[in-house]
Design a protein around this ligand. Structure first.
Ligand SMILES: Nc1ncnc2c1ncn2[C@@H]1O[C@H](COP(=O)(O)OP(=O)(O)OP(=O)(O)O)[C@@H](O)[C@H]1O
Ligand SMILES: [Mg+2]
Length: 470
């Protein structure tokens, strides 16, 4: 078999890989268990015996083995005194936020860890987002420390195995996509790319070149059209919204067309599908879990930090400790909304964080084709049946769409072009399927000039073409 050129799109939610053999490009099937085998869900499940499951089966294993299971937590003394910063908190959305000066104290504390005694495994989602958090170096999974690069490498290794099988040999050279901005913070941005490179090496890709993901989607389209044109790609996925404006000449052969192309401007923000899911949970489900309840003789407001933990379902189990559960029981009996607080307790005790997040994501997707749907959960302790209309949903995500629009304006400003100067606007990425996003684009560009490219594979396809010619 001849040489294969490889384009890798490691996504926040889905990953795909394409190869070009000089005659054509094809996207490889990576996950036979997924509805669409060419998309590998970017999920890793590690069992107690250090078995690592990647892709759709990771989600299935987690649900089958973890949900509905009673969580037993134990505080263990690690037998050492450590120096610790007290008062900082890791906010997944905005990065590490150090406390205000004076608020942070450095002190020696006895090292304790809360461990789940009976957990069969841990599931990791949106690892690409974690790449940027410099304070998050890795995590302990049943006594084995995994660095963030190693966790990402599990997914990349699966992709490499697919490429090697297609090539009949080990392919060590690849063009990787990266978002325009992993983070709005420059240092976090650099950290993320550096870690992704290390993860790629660990997976066996020894020679990696990075290109912006939306450049991949631009090239994918431009190679099929041989007229001179100015293209804009808006790629909105699970973690980032990326925009790229490129100009292509009219040359017939691909190599010349690519050589004569120019990137006029790029921009991006780390706001996409995951942020939309979180905002929907915050606005639609927090009240169902009693966020507006009052409790106690003074009718105090419920602590909102408790609710923010619902958004971080991967760590929700930590709330399942005696102290919090007793507190919730007490709050419930003295509250004006006892059923909401009971639901919250069920969510924590039964480990439903992930299923709630999945149901909200599924409802969001349904709203791309239906005008209304229901967010439903039918479990013994947690019953949810909440109607949501597309219009209400569009309103909930307005503020996030504004940030995406700013990114589009920024790309235009960098390229020095106006909306009317763009010949075609190409959309890709799962989140671009949301009708409110289409409407936002139609208000700015002639609707006849907006085209949808393959939602999940256009980036990898373009990157494979870049790998061959660039
Ligand atoms: N029909 C749909 N309507 C709305 N959102 C959708 C739809 N289908 C998928 N999504 C959302 O799209 C996102 C995944 O898209 P995609 O696979 O393009 O992201 P990604 O490439 O993994 O992420 P990124 O490029 O940001 O790293 C998820 O947030 C998913 O919920
Ligand atoms: Mg993507």
């Amino acid at each position: 078999m001849g040489k294969l050129y490889c384009g890798v799109d490691f996504g926040t939610t889905n990953s795909s890989v394409a190869v070009s053999d000089g005659r054509g490009v094809r996207v490889l099937a990576l996950d036979e268990h997924n509805d669409s085998p060419t998309s590998l869900p970017s999920l890793v499940y590690i069992t107690r015996d250090n078995e690592c499951i990647v892709g759709r089966l990771a989600a299935d294993a987690f649900i089958e083995r973890n949900v509905d299971r009673e969580v037993i937590l134990k505080q263990v003394d690690l037998g050492a005194s450590i120096e610790a910063y007290v008062g900082g908190e890791l906010d997944k959305e905005d990065g590490y936020r150090p406390p205000a000066p004076g608020q942070m104290t450095r002190e020696a504390v006895r090292a304790h860890a809360i461990v789940e005694v009976n957990a069969p495994g841990r599931l990791f989602q949106s690892l690409k987002t974690l790449l940027r958090y410099r304070q998050f170096r890795g995590t302990e999974v049943f006594g084995t420390h995994y660095q963030i690069e190693e966790l990402v490498a599990f997914i990349l290794a699966r992709m490499k195995a697919g490429v090697d099988e297609a090539a009949g040999e080990s392919v060590e050279r690849a063009v990787f996509g990266r978002p325009v901005r992993f983070s709005e913070n420059d240092r976090e941005n650099e950290t993320a790319e550096r870690r992704l490179r290390v993860a790629a090496e660990l997976a066996g890709f020894k020679e990696v070149t990075f290109f912006y993901e939306p450049v991949g989607a631009c090239v994918e389209y431009a190679m099929k059209a041989d007229s001179r044109q100015r293209l804009m790609v808006v790629d909105i996925g699970g973690g980032t919204c990326d925009v790229c404006i490129m100009e292509f000449g009219g040359a017939h052969d691909t190599k010349t067309r690519l050589a004569e192309s120019r990137i006029l401007g790029v921009a991006g923000v780390p706001v996409a599908g995951d942020a939309i899911d979180r905002e929907t949970i915050r606005r639609k489900l927090f009240p169902i879990f009693g966020s507006r309840a009052r409790y106690g003789p003074s009718q105090l407001a419920m602590p909102q930090s408790l609710y923010n933990q619902i958004l971080d379902w991967q760590n929700l189990y930590k709330l399942n400790n005696e102290e919090t559960i007793h507190w919730l029981c007490a709050a419930e009996t003295s509250s004006d909304q006892p059923e909401g607080i009971r639901r919250l307790r069920g969510l924590i005790q039964r480990n439903y964080g992930y299923v709630v997040a999945r149901e909200v994501e599924a409802a969001k997707k349904r709203l791309s084709s239906a005008l209304e749907t229901r967010i439903q959960l039918e479990h013994e302790d947690v019953r949810i049946d909440e109607r949501i209309e597309r219009e209400e949903f569009s309103h909930i995500i307005e503020i996030l769409l504004d940030r995406m629009l700013k990114s589009i304006e920024e790309a235009e400003a960098r390229a020095g072009v106006k909306p009317g100067d763009i010949d075609l606007v190409l959309t890709t990425g799962g989140t671009s399927l949301i009708p409110a996003i289409r409407t936002m684009l139609e208000q700015r560009y002639d609707p006849g000039r907006i085209r949808r490219r393959d939602t999940f594979t256009s980036v990898a396809t373009g990157l494979a073409i870049v790998a061959q010619y660039a």
